[in-house]
Each structure stands twice: as structure tokens, then as C-alpha cells.
Ligand binder design. Structure first.
Ligand code: NAD
Length: 506
């Protein structure tokens, strides 16, 4: 108890409903830890069904006027929100580092990628334009409009406290919907700050609401009749549950799940470049990225020199608190998650993989309570091993070996996850074949983390996405709107009277 911070009473993160912070009626609360120190930084309310109902009703009340606000005016609110996010980028990144643990420059980058979705949403008047066909029949025209869905909800994971919420609510709101956001209970503060900034930008009260909590809050959202559409990003088992529950409740749903992303390295690749790229892709954000490369498939003669390079570079990565300059990799999000990842390393050794770099005994002086692990690298991993099959979501990279590009493609395609993948090669033909044959949603060619920019859409295939439409870009606009097709005729005296047969409009 010598540290004065330990004597300061903890605050509780409230909900944001009707344009202001509101205490939850639920008495349940969780703890938000600073992963670099291991200390509890604050508490967060765990909302119950009554709290969720209050947020949904607030969104329902705000929806009609917001829906009827001209898209250009909605875009102007987005433009102001964009400026405020830019002006407060450092503060938001600081909250990300404090509650998630990733380094400040990495946090700044992730906030920037989220801000780019707001830039995209500023173009909503253009994006909402429909189609028009004149004279689909004599004197008959047809046109389509895109209208908002109503109240949309977003349920987000811990690993991108700003970016993933920004993948969702700016597009939904620019389309004319009202929104209820439930961020991860591990990282609640950045969402609250974004709600304040949205209000400052002129967003009417109730259009954006923030609730917190665990399964109880999520179930109340999924079962609330006032919620029309649900966007989810998180682990595969929960994504599947969200998809199934929404389908049962007849709600529109997109549920993005977990990943095991492979990088295929061919012998003709610039191996030094590939190894550098793989360091960031495997160990950036302590491997807690859905687009992290967690499996390398070394083809033919690439394997030996590549593993040597990976070892040398992985051992040089500096681990420490995310806010300290020069640190490459911060802690894991919670003690429980750190221990789970360390357990996978124990397991990999038991199942016979060769542990080339062991991150289990990492110590960060002055931060003995933090949830740190060093980088780990396994070689001679096989598809039967658990360390290959499971999403570890930590700083653990596994290397598998394949004889040919064909074998490597078959290996990647057998994996149930299919979020992202990359190939490293200097051969255009090999890259083209990979692009064409790989069964994965996002593909990089000499780009290790091929996260599409905001004006394209983000999403995986197979067990990495349940639903049809990806997030942001054109697919995001489709998800958050419904198309209405209008066929019209303005009869005059020469117009033939309609008959009883199926009209062909000819
Ligand atoms: P998670 O699935 O544990 O939690 C995600 C959200 O679901 C949180 O808001 C959480 O409160 C809620 N939740 C947790 N358990 C629940 C339950 N039993 N019932 C209902 N809701 C529940 O995921 P996480 O640990 O926060 O995030 C890491 C996971 O997210 C990884 O699997 C990662 O790959 C994935 N992820 C995927 C993408 C993508 O775009 N595909 C992006 C980021 C993260």
C-alpha cells in the first residue's frame, strides 16, 4: 500500500445513454486492469437487461429524426467528428495503451486506421445513391433507394478498443441508423471518450449509446425486439453463437470470428525482408491481432535460412510497458490470457515441436506485476499439433514446412479459419496462383497484414465470418441499409387500363 495510486478510490465506467453518462441499474461490475502494471485501473458496470432496454429505447427515440436528417447534414457531423478524433488521437491512443497494453505508436496507428473509416463515412451522400431506370415499361420507371435499418448494435473485442468500434458505428450512423455499442469489458474507456466526441461534433442525443458488460448484456441485446441488426467482432465460438441467436430472432447479423493466419514463404523471396515483415505481423501488439501472422509455411529451401533469421530478430524484440519509448512489444491483456498463452508454449514442447525462442521467462524490471511474455518461436510444427490448430492470440509464431507451393496452398486451405494470409515471393506467377487458389478473405502479396483500407471491406471466410457482408467500405453500407425498389407510372388518358394478367410492362 505504499503506492498512492493504490489508495485512490476506483471509479466505475458508466453507460452512455441519451447523450450523457448514466449509472447502470445493475450492481454487477468488472475490473479493468492496466496490463503493464497488473493493477486495477478502474471498474466497469456490467449492464443487465433493464440497462440494455434503456439504451435501445434511447436509440429508438432518436432514430426517426436522425433517419430524416439529410445525408449531407449527417456527413457534416461526421466531418466534425473526424476533426475531433484527429485532435484527440493521442489521448485515445493513450487509453488504448493503458487498458490493452500495446505500444503507443502501435495504438496511434490503430486509431488512425479507425479514423479512416470516419473519412469514408463522410462520403455517405454519394454512397447512398440508388439506381434509376427510365422506361422499364411504356411510361413506367423504376428506381431504388437505400434506407437505414433502424437500431443497430455493435459488440466488439478487447484487442482494438478504438478501431473496431469505428469499423461499425460511423458507417451505421452516417447511413441514418441509431446505434448501441457494447465494447469489450476489458477496454471500456475509449468508447466512452468517442461517445463524448461524437456529441461534441453535434450528434443528437440517443443516436449513439454505449453499454458495458459480459454475456448478460450481450444476450439482452441479441434478444431485444428493438434491435434490428447486430455487428459482432470477437472469437469464433462467440461469433457463431451471435450469428445463430440473431438468426433465431430474425435479426440482420454479421459476426466476424477468430483466425489462424498463414504466411507462405517461397525460396525465391527476399528472406531478410520477409523475416522483418513477419516480426511485426507475429509479435506486434503481442500477437493479439485478428490479422496477426501466427503460422509460417516455409517452402522447400526457404526453411533453414528463414528460421535462423526469425530467431535472430525475435530475440532482439524489446518487451516492456507500452508507453515507454523504444519498446517493441507490450504485455498481454490480462494475467489469465498471459497464463493461457504460456500454457500453449508448454503444450507445444510436450507435443514435440522444437522451441527455438522461449518467451516464458520474460522479466521487465520495475513491472513485476505486469502480464508480460517474451517472443516465442516454434519450428518443425505439424498440422496435427494443438499449437497449430488453435488460435493462441499471443506472441507465439509456429513454422511448418511444405515441399511445394501447391502443398502450402493445400495446407492453408485445410485450416478452418480464413481471415488473412500472405505470400512472400519474387515470382508474379506464383503470387497470382496463390491469390487465385487460396480460400481466405484477405490476401497479401509481400504484405504481411493485408487489412483493407477503409474504402474496401474487411472480413474473412469460413470460420472467420458468419454472415454475408464484410465491415466498412461498400459492404458496410449494404449491411446498414435496406434497398427499396420503386416502380412508378403517372397515367394519362392514353394509358391502357391495367388487366388481370401478370403485368409485363412492355
Ligand atoms: P471474445 O469473443 O471473448 O469477446 C468479444 C465480445 O463478445 C466482447 O464484447 C465480450 O464481452 C463478448 N462476449 C464474450 N463472451 C461472451 C459470451 N459467452 N456470450 C456473449 N458475449 C460474449 O473476444 P476477445 O477475447 O475480446 O477478442 C479476441 C478475439 O477476437 C480473437 O479470437 C480475435 O481473432 C478476434 N478478432 C477478430 C477480428 C476480425 O475482424 N475477424 C478482429 C479483432 C478480433
Amino acid at each position: 500500500m505504499n503506492d498512492p495510486r493504490e489508495r485512490t478510490p476506483l471509479t466505475t465506467v458508466p453507460m452512455w445513454v441519451g447523450g450523457k453518462p448514466q449509472p447502470a441499474s445493475s450492481t454487477r461490475a468488472g475490473e479493468v486492469t492496466n496490463p503493464a502494471t497488473g493493477r486495477v485501473a478502474r471498474k466497469v458496470s456490467f449492464c443487465n437487461a433493464a440497462d440494455i432496454d434503456a439504451a435501445v429505447r434511447s436509440a429508438q427515440r432518436a432514430f426517426p429524426a436522425w433517419r430524416d436528417t439529410p445525408p449531407l447534414r449527417r456527413a457534416r457531423v461526421m466531418q466534425k467528428f473526424l476533426l475531433l478524433l484527429q485532435a484527440n488521437q493521442k489521448e485515445l491512443a493513450g487509453l488504448v495503451t493503458e487498458e490493452h497494453g500495446k505500444t503507443l505508436p502501435d495504438a496511434m496507428g490503430s486509431v488512425q486506421r479507425g479514423i479512416e473509416v470516419v473519412e469514408f463515412a463522410c462520403g455517405i451522400p454519394h454512397l447512398l445513391k440508388g439506381e434509376h431506370s427510365e422506361n422499364v415499361g411504356s411510361g413506367v420507371d423504376c428506381h431504388t433507394v437505400r434506407q437505414p435499418v433502424g437500431v443497430c448494435a455493435g459488440i466488439t473485442p478487447f484487442n482494438f478498443p478504438v478501431m473496431v468500434p469505428l469499423w461499425m458505428f460511423p458507417v451505421a450512423i452516417a447511413c441514418g441508423n441509431a446505434f448501441v455499442l457494447k465494447p469489450s469489458e476489458k477496454v471500456p474507456s475509449a468508447s466512452m471518450r468517442m461517445a463524448e466526441l461524437a456529441k461534441e461534433a453535434g450528434l443528437p442525443d440517443g443516436v449513439l449509446n454505449v453499454v458495458h458488460g459480459d454475456k448478460e448484456a450481450v444476450d439482452a441485446i441479441l434478444n431485444h425486439p428493438g434491435v434490428n441488426a447486430v455487428s459482432f467482432v470477437g472469437s469464433t465460438p462467440i461469433a457463431k453463437y451471435i450469428y445463430e441467436t440473431c438468426a433465431k430472432n430474425a435479426k440482420r447479423v454479421q459476426a466476424l470470428g477468430g483466425a489462424k493466419n498463414h504466411a507462405v514463404v517461397l525460396p525465391d523471396a527476399d528472406l531478410e525482408f520477409a523475416a522483418d515483415a513477419l516480426m511485426g505481423a507475429a509479435y506486434g501488439s503481442a500477437g493479439e491481432r485478428c490479422m496477426a501472422i501466427s503460422a509460417v509455411v516455409a517452402v522447400g529451401e526457404a526453411a533453414e535460412p528463414l528460421v535462423k533469421l526469425l530467431k535472430k530478430k525475435a530475440e532482439a524484440i524489446m518487451v516492456g510497458p507500452g508507453e515507454k519509448e523504444g519498446v517493441d512489444m507490450g504485455p498481454l491483456v490480462t494475467r489469465q490470457h498471459r497464463d493461457k498463452v504460456a500454457g500453449y508454449i508448454d503444450h507445444g514442447v510436450k507435443e514435440g515441436a522444437k522451441l527455438v525462442v522461449d518467451g516464458r521467462n520474460c522479466k521487465v524490471p520495475g513491472h513485476e506485476g505486469g502480464f508480460f511474455l517474451g517472443t516465442s518461436l516454434f519450428d518443425h510444427v505439424t498440422p496435427e499439433m494443438k499449437i497449430y490448430q488453435d488460435e493462441i492470440f499471443g506472441p507465439v509464431l509456429v513454422v511448418l514446412r511444405a515441399k511445394t507451393l501447391e502443398d502450402a496452398i493445400a495446407l492453408v486451405n485445410r485450416n478452418p479459419y480464413a481471415n488473412g494470409t500472405a505470400i512472400f515471393t519474387e515470382s508474379g506467377g506464383a503470387a497470382r496462383r496463390f491469390e487465385n487458389e487460396i480460400q481466405v478473405g484477405m490476401v497479401g502479396v509481400n504484405v504481411p497484414i493485408p487489412v483493407p483500407v477503409a474504402f474496401y471491406s474487411f472480413g474473412g471466410w469460413k470460420s472467420s465470418l458468419f454472415g454475408d457482408l464484410h465491415l466498412h467500405g461498400a459492404e458496410g453500407v449494404k449491411f446498414y441499409t435496406r434497398t427499396k425498389a420503386i416502380t412508378s407510372r403517372w397515367p394519362h388518358q392514353d394509358t391502357p387500363a391495367p388487366g388481370l394478367n401478370m403485368p409485363t410492362l412492355g
